[in-house]
Design a protein around this ligand. Structure first.
Ligand code: ZN
Length: 251
């Protein structure tokens, strides 16, 4: 199976998974016109849609797409029920699409019902992890987002993380402001500046890379506490995570 990315609304990514027979799965179709044009051009047959959460820029294309392809199965969390998902899934559920097994992981934090779809070595994580950063905590809690990060942190290192947005440049600038002497972050920043200048995508990323350059995966790093002026006896890592997220909100 192959994957292609389609960029819409400036920063959103819609992911297309397809096999040699032209059967296709689409993740988080926030719009339909561009998606339908690609499906037509590549003569793909849409089999399923996967929704990670109930934000318009991830779901807005669903009804138009299912009108064109009425047999499409739409998987999503409970919160997407009124926006086209009829196969409601949550943590521990799994299903097979195009001969590949997909496992559902609850990734609460950005929204209360946010989920991810894991099909080794791929993770579609919506607005949970972005390269070098973390999704906004819209209606969830920092501790939930921290726990979602822990789940992703412990996936195999070679896991490819397919995020819902291209936010890497802003994220790596924040990371460098927190850990200005970290050589991995400095090297990654230089790479991202080059890619961004040429308008090149920076995702998917990997668990291995994010563990090195994403401060939200490094809440045990004492330099982060120091940088945020947090007391050294602060025990819970999720509190560091929360302080980091607050700091990013005003960055
Ligand atoms: Zn969102």
């Amino acid at each position: 199976m192959n994957i292609i990315r389609v960029r819409v609304f400036n920063t959103n990514y819609i992911w297309f998974l397809y096999n040699y027979r032209g059967e296709c799965i689409i993740v988080d179709p926030g719009e339909a016109v561009k998606v339908l044009n690609i499906l037509k051009k590549l003569q793909f047959k849409l089999r399923a849609i996967l929704l990670t959460h109930n934000h318009f820029d991830h779901i807005n294309g669903v009804f138009s797409l299912t009108r064109y392809f009425p047999k499409t199965i739409v998987y999503g969390p409970m919160e997407t029920k009124n926006n086209g998902a009829h196969c409601l899934v949550s943590e521990g559920d799994d299903f097979v699409l195009l001969q590949k097994k997909f496992k559902v992981i609850n990734l609460t934090g950005h929204t209360l019902g946010h989920i991810g779809f894991y099909s080794a070595p791929w993770l579609f994580c919506g607005d949970t992890v972005f390269s070098a950063g973390c999704g906004k905590i819209c209606v969830g809690f920092a501790q939930q987002m921290y726990e979602s990060f822990l789940k992703i942190k412990h996936l195999p290192r070679n896991t490819l993380i397919f995020s819902g947005h291209e936010y890497t440049l802003s994220n790596i600038n924040f990371a460098i402001s927190i850990l200005p002497r970290d050589q991995s972050i400095i090297d990654y920043c230089n790479k991202i500046i080059k890619l961004s200048k040429n308008n090149q995508p920076t995702v998917p990323t990997t668990v291995n890379l994010e563990r090195k350059i994403n401060p939200f995966f490094c809440c045990d790093n004492l330099d982060i506490k120091k940088s945020l002026n947090l007391p050294f006896n602060l025990k819970e890592e999720w509190q560091v995570f929360s302080a980091l997220r607050n700091k990013k909100d005003s960055f």
